[in-house]
Design a protein around this ligand. Structure first.
Ligand code: ASP
Ligand code: MG
Length: 426
């Protein structure tokens, strides 16, 4: 069995869905193909704004109404573009939108309920996309079974970042395999799951890759293919870097390291389950589906060997000094990490000296402000904003110099394979 995953950009218009369907059709085999799909285009961002949050005033409710219309127009336009005159699919999508309205109306808009509410609302993006696409594939003569991922992937009630119950999911996957028998495609949603008592959960933004990996692991699939708008695994994000090189083969561990440092090619949690089962992960282009792409698998080194770059923009560097002139040692560090952990702030790079401790974090202003506020009782805090953290794997001095390009280096860390520098954003 093979698992395919299509992200939002690969299904963001009627033409995109037609292209995606062609790719699926050209890979049909004797066994059902498991296809995991994200919400269409930027639907998840839009749905995030519809999550009930606090008492809705007149202003808010107008904005809410506009967004709700946008959501409907966008999906109905795709439906009409794909299946003109098909009343059945219009009815299906209409009924999902009604369910969404009823869901929103039923939720308590309190801060404590926010994460729970988020999952109940945002999960409709994937329900909409897969309902439309399953209908389309069936009309194209591809026998497709729509599978509700919330009946298959079981998580705990940690909303917005559900943690998988592997036992329960494996059992449910067995049922999925049975249901899919005799079909050409089992089509399901990425990103969404449910608790044992059937409350919707989500796996974290961009979590559809992870969904594909969870299913592949539990089904013992032979491979996973992620179809993307890039030709494969590139050595840098083409948005930041003019001449990227495609990496053909990547060892599992390398892919995990890169995701950890912030490479955005694949969701960080995706690789581990695949590595455990030795399932290869292909990254291929939906724009040029005939090209070969990249494979993450059981390799010793990357090929071709070339430096890999990860840029994280909008970083802030906090330098923390104990007010009582004590040293930065375990006791102070414990306090600092306690605060970071409580606020859910991830440290991208850290360094300590006897008298100060420096951390580089994403600049999420409200959180950082809260952190600084709390630190101030025991520490003096200085900070630099508008920074870039560059991670270079397989660096050479020449490559570092080229990247730094004369900018002052605020923090630098070097290990055998990895160089990390914090510099002002250009
Ligand atoms: N639709 C979700 C998101 O945009 C999940 C995904 O695309 O992987 O975050
Ligand atoms: Mg997406």
């Amino acid at each position: 069995m093979k698992v395919f995953k299509f992200g939002g950009a690969s299904v963001n218009s009627a033409d995109a869905v037609r292209n995606m369907a062609h790719i699926v059709e050209s890979h049909l085999g004797p066994e059902p193909l498991v296809v995991v799909v994200s919400a269409m285009g930027k639907t998840t961002n839009l749905l995030e704004k519809l999550v009930p949050w606090e008492a809705v005033g007149a202003e808010c409710s107008k904005e809410h109404g506009d967004l709700r219309h946008q959501l409907e127009d966008y999906h109905m336009e795709i439906v009409r573009g794909l299946m003109p005159g098909d009343d059945e699919v219009v009815r299906l999508v209409g009924s999902l939108l009604q369910q969404l309205d009823a869901t929103i109306a039923s939720l308590q808009p309190t801060a404590e309920r926010y994460n729970y509410n988020y999952d109940q609302v945002v999960s409709f993006g994937e329900l909409l996309s897969t309902t439309i696409i399953a209908h389309y594939l069936n009309r194209q003569g591809v026998s497709t079974r729509w599978v509700d991922a919330r009946q298959v992937i079981v998580t705990d009630a940690h909303h917005r970042e559900g943690r998988v119950d592997w036992e329960a999911t494996r059992t449910a996957c067995g049922r999925l395999a049975d249901q899919a028998k005799g079909c050409q495609v089992a089509l399901t949603q990425g990103f969404i799951a449910a608790t044992a008592d059937k409350k919707s959960t989500t796996l974290g933004r961009e979590g559809s890759d992870y969904s594909a990996a969870i299913l592949a692991y539990c089904l013992g699939a032979e491979s996973v293919t992620i179809w993307k708008d890039v030709p494969g695994f590139l050595n840098a994000d083409p948005k930041f870097f003019p001449d990227t090189v495609k990496i053909n083969e990547i060892p599992y561990d390398e892919a995990i390291e890169l995701a950890y440092y912030g490479a955005s090619v694949i969701h960080p949690k995706t690789v581990k389950p695949l590595q455990n089962m030795g399932i290869p992960l292909y990254i291929r282009s939906f724009i040029d589906p005939a090209s070969k792409g990249s494979v993450i698998g059981n390799y010793r080194t990357i090929s071709p060997e070339t430096p890999l770059f990860i840029f994280r923009n909008d970083q802030i560097l906090l330098s923390i000094y104990p007010r009582d002139y004590s040293f930065i040692a375990e006791d102070n560090l414990q306090v600092i990490f306690g605060m970071l952990n409580e606020l859910g702030i991830r440290v991208n790079l850290m360094q300590n000296s006897a008298l100060s401790f420096s951390i580089c974090v994403d600049n999420r202003p409200q959180l950082v402000e809260l952190l600084v506020e709390r630190l101030k009782s025991m520490f003096r805090v200085r900070y630099n904003e508008n920074l870039q953290l560059v991670t270079i794997r397989y660096y050479t001095q020449e490559v570092i110099d080229r990247i730094v390009a004369g900018r002052p280096v605020l923090l630098e860390q070097r290990s055998r394979l990895t160089e990390q520098v914090v510099v002002p954003l250009r």
